[in-house]
Unconditional design. Structure first.
Lengths: 372, 547
């Protein structure tokens, strides 16, 4: 009996109305918040979360929970007995389409990844830079024919974290993880514990920009147990030109702080980047990258244009941006792997078919009403 | 039935006359092609846009001179041109910084402002270094004025009037000004020389006021242009655009809508049937002129109806009118005419306030420059906006009817049925417009949904309409509450349409809006007060009556 009542509530269209009201409130305030905290932070806080804290201490349901609830409500409402009538056939189909759209959204939320592939003209790349996550990398330069990377992922790089780089290897102690850094000259000579960049400069946090891509993150860490006595405190920031060199396990290493890389099972070579402007203006008319898609050493030539991406092996490459240097141009290809990609396409077709059927079913009724 | 046939005949005749006249007209100096802001346009549009920039309006009304004549006079008689009061300065601080007196018409000549400007070069340079977000209104206007003065100076010796097509007839190549040939000493190619010659011939004839020579020069000019095998130059299109500039079609459609509104008002007092029919006729005439204007713009730019905010306003009002005309056709009681004439007029006025950045027929940034998606997503979502506004409007009328004549339940019910039907239409278009937008985003940015303000705005409309429909069907909302909800839907449409540009975040923020915020707040507060008032008035009244 109790379960029956519970089911009744879950599948009730009234519940749907109330969840809609909350979603409207959420979307409204989540959008307003973007002006202050930026698109990404607001998306994380309000839409991609199950709960968020209002005023810092009141937990309220976030977008994911609401959409999950809506999906359950929509799904269970399909079991209502009085729904399954021929005259409601179109309506059933429309709601199935909506359900599919929500399911696709869930799939995308959990199983998609995105980032940038940045390639200069004439160069080749096989990895994607994450938009948000960083990684600390120790590069082993000892071997002539190969490079060995030891990668520390973002979750380990929290302030106060300690870990060993290899088994019984040197210990890393994260002193500070800075979202957006300001680099300043040291006024007085540094303590001898500061090494590398930090001998001459200090890394200070500054207010993060709303758009995450405009931030320059940095990391300050302490390393102990190097074999050439270079233990000390080091600083690293994104895009740093000079590297710090260590000897670890009697081998030569240097460290880098970079955007998290994901490797793709093929390579892309940029042959030529082209930008066409509306004549006599600074307004771009089109961007395009002529690339070689290299797989098993065999190149295939293809053109990536605005609104015309390259799709290969589940990855999609979009012409997103470019960097203009004096000597050569660099293309920025937004790269996405998304298993839920086709859902919106399918569900919109299903929903339009459903509406069409509903229209055809109710048309005779409407005409009859008019003639009486 | 008879009246309807006459309508159609009349319109057909009118439209064919319009096109006939615009194509037969001779090649005038206004039609000469110029390349500016990324496309080839007639000299008339070029000159009008300059005037809009300097003077704030597209023509100088009180001096009885059209834009092209003003520009040519400036070239031929630069001394007089520099004394013409052409610069509109709205800021008294700027005026006093130029050592000038504050005139009530705010108009100053080049000779008046140039001394003041050149004595402040250092200040202007400092302003130029500043980021736009920290410039004060004074900074912005002074900078704008100094830029305008520079443009004006170059105009007088034709340095920035790109009249000469490139030597290689390539669509993406930059055209040259007559000045380029004098200074750089480039030898013109054959067709360039021919154009330069006809231009020189024309200017000389104009200087001597020799009418027959002017005609001769222009026909030469036209022959050279027609002889070019160049896609960017199409003499007929140039003529069409010049004609459209002078015809001011949207002002005419507005006039018909206002007229229609006045007559429907009259019909409430005397001869209801006759005046309602006349009013309907005017509404339809206005609607066709309106549609023809949109069609012409589409032809000239070669792209679907909506690509800028201005065009979206004009197109939304077109959709609103379409639905209103249909509503009137089915109801025949003046309700559709009322919705169409009032809604159409309001939207026209809103459109005119955006005309300065949209009516100039500018070019689009790369991501938007896709006719397929402009045609599908943007058009669908704009139709959705239009239908939502009609639903909102009918929602208001339902609430008013509920106060004026609550006992006439048959009429109330019929208005409600129309309201519900239009809401379904609106939901259909906003929902698919939003999904299509997601698919476009998936095609060009790689994600279907990114919680971007513009996307969220469209989503809010969809959610609100879903909420209203489900609340009605599940019995939470009775018809008056549903009508209130749809009336308030206007606020959400306004926020999604204009409001998101104020946030200035995300990939969609190609909008630009100073001062829109205040109007938006006014509109929102007014709507909330007005609709809630309409909704609660009958309840309070009945409570007082029972006491």
């Amino acid at each position: 009996m109790k379960i029956d009542n519970f089911l009744k509530i879950i599948m009730s269209p009234k519940i749907f109305s109330y969840t809609l009201i909350w979603l409207i409130v959420l979307v409204f305030f989540g959008t307003i918040a973007q002006k202050n905290i930026g698109l990404y932070a607001s998306q994380m806080k309000y839409f991609s979360s199950f709960f968020f804290l209002f005023l810092g201490f009141i937990p309220l349901p976030g977008g994911r929970l609401i959409l999950l609830f809506m999906t359950i409500n929509l799904f269970s409402s399909l079991f209502k007995r009085n729904l399954w009538q021929l005259k409601k056939f179109g309506i059933i189909i429309v709601h199935l389409g909506g359900l599919l759209l929500l399911l696709g959204g869930g799939l995308t939320a959990y199983f998609s990844s995105e980032g940038n592939m940045i390639i200069a003209e004439g160069e080749t790349s096989n990895y994607v830079d994450d938009y948000h996550d960083m990684e600390l990398v120790f590069v082993n330069n000892t071997f002539k024919d190969s490079i060995e990377y030891t990668v520390v992922d973002e979750p380990l790089l929290k302030e106060g974290n300690r870990f060993n780089l290899f088994e019984n290897g040197p210990e890393i102690y994260i002193l500070s993880n800075i979202k957006n850094v300001r680099i300043e000259n040291r006024i007085s000579p540094a303590d001898s514990i500061y090494k590398g960049l930090l001998e001459k400069f200090v890394l200070l946090p500054k207010k993060p920009e709303p758009e995450n891509t405009q931030n320059r993150p940095a990391l300050i860490y302490k390393i102990q147990g190097t074999s050439n006595g270079l233990d000390g405190i080091y600083g690293l920031f994104l895009g740093q030109g000079l590297n710090d060199y260590f000897q670890l396990k009697e081998q030569d290493f240097h460290s880098e702080y970079r955007r998290k890389r994901t490797y793709v099972p093929f390579e892309i070579e940029l042959i030529d980047f082209e930008k066409i402007m509306h004549p006599g203006t600074n307004v771009a008319k089109s961007f395009s990258s002529e690339v070689n898609l290299i797989e098993d050493g065999i190149p295939r030539r293809t053109l990536i244009k605005m609104n015309e991406p390259l799709r290969h092996k589940g990855y999609t490459f979009f012409q997103a941006s470019f960097i203009e240097n004096l000597d050569k141009e660099t293309t920025v290809l937004a790269t996405v792997k998304n298993y839920g990609r086709l859902f919106p396409y399918i569900s919109s077709i299903i929903m339009s078919v459903g509406l069409l059927i509903h229209l055809l079913i109710s048309l005779p009724k409407m005409i009859k009403k008019k003639s009486t | 039935m008879n009246l309807k046939r006459i309508n159609i005949l009349f319109l057909y005749f009118g439209l064919s006359m319009l096109t006939f006249f615009s194509s037969l007209s001779a090649f005038e100096v206004e039609n000469i092609p110029v390349q500016s802001e990324g496309r080839v346009k007639p000299l008339d549009t070029f000159a009008r846009n300059l005037l809009l920039r300097f003077y704030g309006k597209r023509e100088i009304k009180d001096q009885k001179i059209n834009a092209t004549d003003w520009l040519l006079d400036l070239i031929l008689y630069p001394q007089e041109g520099r004394q013409r009061k052409i610069f509109n300065i709205r800021n008294p601080e700027v005026v006093s910084s130029l050592f000038l007196d504050w005139y009530t018409d705010h108009k100053y000549s080049y000779n008046e402002i140039i001394d003041g400007l050149s004595s402040q070069v250092d200040l202007i340079n400092t302003i130029e270094q500043k980021d736009n977000s920290i410039r004060t209104p004074f900074d912005k206007q002074l900078l704008e004025l100094s830029e305008n003065a520079l443009i004006f100076e170059k105009l007088s010796y034709m340095k920035n009037i790109k009249l000469i097509p490139p030597a290689l007839l390539d669509e993406n190549a930059v055209w040259q000004s007559p000045f380029d040939f004098i200074i750089s000493g480039v030898t013109p190619s054959y067709h360039q020389e021919e154009i330069l010659n006809s231009l020189q011939q024309y200017l000389a004839a104009r200087f001597q006021n020799n009418d027959s020579e002017i005609k001769h020069a222009l026909s030469n000019y036209e022959n050279v242009l027609s002889g070019l095998s160049f896609n960017s130059v199409n003499v007929e299109k140039l003529k069409d655009e010049t004609w459209m500039n002078s015809a001011n079609l949207f002002v005419k459609s507005l006039a018909f809508y206002i007229l229609s509104f006045l007559i429907i008002g009259l019909s409430w007092m005397v001869k209801p049937v006759l005046f309602r029919k006349i009013s309907y006729l005017f509404l339809i005439i206005g609607f066709f002129i309106h549609g023809y204007g949109i069609l012409l713009r589409m032809q000239i730019m070669g792209r679907p109806p909506v690509s800028t905010l201005y065009e979206s306003v004009i197109f939304v009002s077109f959709i609103l009118l379409l639905l209103a005309v249909l509503l009137e056709y089915f109801r025949k009681d003046g309700l559709g005419i009322f919705v169409g004439s009032v809604g159409g007029s309001i939207l026209h006025f809103i459109g005119f306030s955006y005309a300065s950045d949209g009516d100039t027929l500018g070019m689009l940034v790369a991501v938007l420059d896709s006719n397929f998606w402009l045609a599908t997503h943007v058009t669908t979502i704009t139709i959705g906006y239009g239908a939502s506004l009609v639903a909102g409007f009918v929602g208001h009328l339902y609430l008013v009817q509920n106060i004026l004549d609550p006992v006439n339940s048959k009429k109330l019910k019929s208005i409600f049925n129309n309201l519900f039907g239009i809401t379904l239409v609106a939901l259909f278009f906003t929902l698919f417009g939003t999904i299509l937008g997601g698919i476009w985003a998936d095609q060009s940015w790689g994600r279907f949904w990114g919680w971007d303000p513009k996307e969220n705005g469209a989503l809010l409309i969809v959610l609100w309409q879903l909420l209203m429909i489900h609340s009605r069907l599940s019995g939470i909302a009775r018809p008056p509450l549903f009508a209130l909800g749809m009336a308030l839907n206007n606020i959400i449409v306004a926020l999604a349409w204009f409001g998101v540009n104020l946030l200035q975040v995300g990939l969609h923020s190609y909008g630009f809006d100073d001062g829109v915020a205040r109007n938006l707040y006014l509109f929102i507060s007014f709507e909330i007060l007005f609709c809630l008032g309409l909704y609660f008035f009958p309840r309070l009244k009945s409570r007082f009556q029972t006491i």
